[in-house]
Design a protein around this ligand. Sequence first.
Ligand SMILES: Cc1ncc(COP(=O)(O)O)c(C=O)c1O
Length: 384
Amino acid sequence: MAIAKPAARPANPRFSSGPCAKIPTFDVQNLADAPLGRSHRAAVGKARLKAAIDGTREVLGIPDDYLIGIVPASDTGAVEMAMWSLLGARPATMVAWESFGAGWVTDVVKQLKIEAEVKTAEYGQIVDMAALDYDTDVVFTWNGTTSGVRVPNGDAIPADRAGLTICDATSAAFAQDLPWDKLDVTTFSWQKVLGGEAAHGMLILSPRAVERLETYTPAWPLPKIFRLTKGGKLIEGIFRGETINTPSMLAVEDYLVALDWARSVGGLTGLIARADANAQAVWAFCDANDWIANLAEDPVTRSNTSVCLKFTDARITDGATFAKAVAKRLEAEGVALDIGAYRDAPAGLRIWCGGTVETADIEAMLPWLDWAFHAEIEALAQAA
Ligand SMILES: Cc1ncc(COP(=O)(O)O)c(C=O)c1O
């Protein structure tokens, strides 16, 4: 017999892995100070852009000698810009254990055609980061958003490497500790952990990455929106808020408000604790139910943001159809939106646990997952 529907519902059913839930205090009124209809190059606009850069440095604890720029085309723009501007000076190692990392591999191997060693792992697993050659340039994703597998720490990356490390940290920044001394290029976008608005990318460069930019010119042409240097010198204004092209000042204001909220919950430490508590609630649910499991095989690699789950019940014959039906049932009840696994990932669910999500909402949603699972199992039995 089907189990009864739970009595309580999450106050906010948004568990999408991007764009992610807005900050709990979000109110459009809080954006009223945005300098709308003004030039982003006016003093007021430049000050806001610089505040976004300074706030990023402060909350993430980015060293003073690293540069931070706001660039076009979201995280993809930032990663592409880094790869097209920096790679080719030495061989590359391309690392992927889910779909976004795989996309960067394709770019480097098929588009840039750089000599590269490609290291991949299946969904749920991770590449051995200690086995890589760090005299090459290493491109990797810190948190695999579509597999829920993350790099546990930067210990495997040597301090005295000759190559650069280029790290897509879009679903890690503001939720996981990033070892800045081990990362030469780090990227993320605003709509992930801080629940910001899309279309702007953050590009963070170590002094060694800047040195590469100023001493190496790629053999291929670079479009204006990728260009970080002029006449062999870094365009420094980009890293003070003089963006390459026009940003949305509404999105900038929203990011500034999100940074303020981040400070109010204890900054990076508080954000990490919130994500950990959310993920822990989901992990505990998996431990308590033998029909669902974390896609990440090794507990130390389990993501605390994009928690990916697989159904393990032997009665399920078509995993993809089953998972979609569960997600649809939860969506129809208005208790969990957008939690189907990513289209290229194994069948299952993905529950965003970043700091803008309230643990109480995760806890209120999980009994519904139990209900939806049993309802679908019963539907299977009836159809048989
Ligand atoms: C790991 C990773 N890289 C890149 C992207 C693409 O990000 P954007 O849409 O900000 O370009 C995503 C989006 O989910 C992602 O999760």
